[in-house]
Design a protein around this ligand. Structure first.
Ligand SMILES: [Zn+2]
Length: 103
């Protein structure tokens, strides 16, 4: 049976993540798009937590939007049967962990 792996682009608008000379959400989506076919060539079933550069929430309040986006991504991973998940970030500000849990 093929392994199922979830890949997460860490940010989606309206939360762009770190912004400098590049925007985090754009870079992590490009990384996900590069990793996906590599895994698929090894017969891994890839589940993407987001397929567009936007949040999985329609909430207008940014904090609520981020919370709902995270909850919806976690639900998507849990429902997919993924055995593990890789969440991509290109943080710029001293954080050491972005706590995402499932299962
Ligand atoms: Zn990030």
């Amino acid at each position: 049976m093929n392994k199922i792996v979830a890949l997460g682009a860490g940010h989606g608008l309206p939360d762009p993540g770190a912004c400098g000379f590049v925007k985090e959400y754009e870079i992590v989506m490009q990384i996900v798009r590069k990793v996906q076919p590599v895994l698929e060539r090894h017969h891994v079933i890839v589940v993407l937590t987001r397929t567009a550069a936007t949040s999985l929430s329609n909430a207008k309040d940014l904090s609520q939007n981020k919370r709902e986006d995270l909850e919806n991504r976690v639900m998507k991973v849990n429902e997919s049967g993924a055995e593990f998940m890789v969440e991509f970030h290109m943080n710029a500000g001293g954080g050491t962990l972005y706590p995402t849990t499932f299962r």
